[in-house]
Design a protein around this ligand. Structure first.
Ligand code: NAD
Length: 261
């Protein structure tokens, strides 16, 4: 359904070719925002664009590696030239890594840090230049419950996600006077291609046991839907959250509240 809640906003969403970034792009576009989705995956971006069009909305797409500072600068210059100042920036692009730490190579480590931490920071810096001129804006990083609760094999992933929470909290101090709010969202386990890839690396029995464990590890007993994260993005970007900045919003069905014994 089309509404006009964000009709005066220009949103840049990273990771818009799949999963959470796609859902967030579609949700903002169908609520009236002009949305530019960035991703390395051009085929996925084209799919997002087509889904938006089928639903009566529009998502503009641009291939961009968020770890490449020149590409990120170009993307935001393109936004300003073609559409105007970005007022919502959602950093959802990310890569998951499950590697035992002693086996992790430096290249793998550098890439995870570049995509998951440096990428959102670069996008935040470029979007902030727009928001300072606009005198308002919202920056949202998609972190993870892994920032505070860890699975084996996730040292670097968890570090990048915890880094995003610290970065957003600290950035919010500098941006308050500009009318810019900065927050993170920490999803629990959400049904996206990222989860599907994790499951595909297991045999059927392991995958089914894993899913049962995931469901039992949160108090609602189910896996989350991408739309439940998009709704949180819409809330934080809206005037309903006008007094909310510097927080981490956990959308995890109580995963971090439940002590499993
Ligand atoms: N799905 C979950 O359960 C879950 C839980 C907690 C946090 N998260 C976080 O949410 C975000 C989105 O996850 P998802 O589940 O939708 O993953 P996904 O793999 O389904 O989608 C991620 C998207 O990011 C893109 N991407 C990867 N590297 C990129 C780069 N360098 N530049 C631009 N785009 C790039 C991919 O091409 C893909 O389209 C990630 O940051 C992830 O860490 C996901």
């Amino acid at each position: 359904m089309l509404d006009q809640e964000f009709s005066s906003d220009i949103a840049v969403v990273t990771g818009g070719a799949a999963g959470l970034g796609r859902e967030i792009s579609l949700a903002l576009a169908l609520s009236g925002a002009k949305v530019l989705a960035l991703d390395v995956d051009l085929v996925g971006l084209e799919e997002t664009k087509a889904i938006a069009a089928e639903s009566g909305g529009e998502v503009i797409i641009l291939q961009c590696d968020v770890a490449d500072s020149e590409k990120v600068k170009e993307a935001f210059k393109y936004v300003e030239k073609e559409f105007g100042l970005c007022t919502i920036m959602v950093a959802a692009a990310g890569i998951a890594l499950y590697t035992e730490y002693l086996a992790m190579g430096e290249k793998e480590m550098d890439r995870a840090i570049a995509v998951n931490l440096k990428g959102p920071l670069l996008c935040a810096q470029e979007s902030l230049r727009h928001m300072e001129k606009a005198g308002r804006g919202n920056i949202i990083f998609i972190s993870s419950v892994q920032a505070v609760m860890s699975l084996f094999g996730c040292v670097v992933y968890a570090a990048t996600k915890a880094g995003l929470i610290a970065a957003a909290r600290t950035l919010s101090l500098e941006t308050g006077k500009m009318g810019v709010r900065v927050n993170t969202i920490s999803p629990g386990t959400i049904d996206t291609p990222m989860l599907a890839r994790d499951l595909a690396s297991m045999n059927r029995e392991e995958a089914s046991k894993f899913l049962e464990k995931v469901k039992a590890a949160n108090v609602l007993g189910r896996i989350g839907k991408p739309s439940e994260i998009a709704d949180a993005v819409k809330y934080l970007s809206s005037s309903k959250a006008s007094y909310v900045t510097g927080i981490d919003l956990r959308v995890d069905a109580g995963f971090t509240a439940l002590k499993v014994i």
